[in-house]
Design a protein around this ligand. Structure first.
Ligand SMILES: C[S@@+](CC[C@H](N)C(=O)[O-])C[C@H]1O[C@@H](n2cnc3c(N)ncnc32)[C@H](O)[C@@H]1O
Length: 252
């Protein structure tokens, strides 16, 4: 049991937590830029956002004129209700579907752009490759998936102590960055960030991995990296290969 406030199923708390994290906002910004790049010179683009949450990962692309269809999938109804309200006034209203991103039935089989922003680390370890296989299946021949991920510093896969240490290092750096940007970061917000770390320690809801494990899973799913950017932190002195990354991938 923990006394930390929770953001799971609470869209307002989730958005407060995310928007107070410069590391996360930067990652979403770069993911949006990479997605927009993939939209240029392609028309009637169909966009799928798996694990779309409150809709943050669609914000930077939804108004692009080349998009004709946008669908978001999430398992949390309160998040989807929030996302629906957010996009009520948009030219193109996304369709939001409640379901498991690994198995949910979708309105079409082929997508031009698939957004996976903090999606892969929410899928349990034993289903990660199945999840990426599905992304491979759903991407059309010329399509791209944009993967924005929080990557832990390297640790030995089955070593729970090393894993917990990697989670601790990662979230210490997240909090340091948030406090550098806002020295008056409210305790409530700091506690929300600590709650994310707690899910990681508990092996519940958060299943983050290191770069080498993500790269291994992408290869297993025959997804090829076209672009790889580490957007935070600035150098490798604190987290080694850990940090926030954005990948553009296509089918092999
Ligand atoms: C960290 S949030 C990311 C939300 C959004 N993409 C963003 O960047 O803000 C992860 C989301 O994954 C959802 N989720 C977790 N497991 C899922 C699953 N099996 N299928 C669909 N969504 C899932 C959660 O409800 C949550 O909204």
């Amino acid at each position: 049991m923990t006394s930390l406030p929770d953001y799971k199923n609470d869209p307002e708390a989730y958005e407060i937590e995310e928007r107070s994290r410069p590391d996360e906002m930067l990652m979403l910004e770069v993911a949006g830029e990479m997605a927009v790049e993939s939209l240029e010179n392609t028309y009637n683009v169909a966009v799928l956002d798996l694990c779309c949450g409150t809709g943050l990962s669609l914000e930077r692309i939804i108004n692009h004129p080349n998009i004709s269809c946008a669908v978001g999938v999430d398992i949390c109804q309160p998040y989807l209700d929030f996302a629906k309200r957010k996009y009520e006034q948009c030219r193109l209203k996304p369709t939001f579907i409640l379901g498991d991103a690994v198995s949910v039935k979708l309105p079409r089989e082929q997508w031009d752009v698939i957004m996976l922003a903090s999606a892969y680390h929410h899928i349990e370890h034993e289903r990660k490759v199945e999840f990426l296989n599905r992304v491979h299946y759903l991407l059309n021949n010329s399509g791209y998936a944009i993967i924005a991920e929080n990557i832990l510093p390297e640790y030995e896969e089955s070593n729970t102590k090393e894993y917990a240490h990697a989670v601790k290092l990662f979230y210490t750096e997240v909090l340091t960055t948030a406090k550098q940007k806002n020295p008056n970061l409210p305790d409530y917000v700091a506690s929300l960030i600590q709650r994310v770390a707690q899910y990681g320690y508990d092996g519940d809801y958060e299943y983050k991995v290191s770069l080498s494990l993500l790269l291994r899973d992408l290869a297993k799913a025959r997804l090829q990296i076209v672009t790889q950017k580490r957007v935070w932190p600035k150098d490798e002195s604190k987290l080694g290969k850990g940090g926030n990354y954005v990948f553009k991938v296509c089918c092999l």
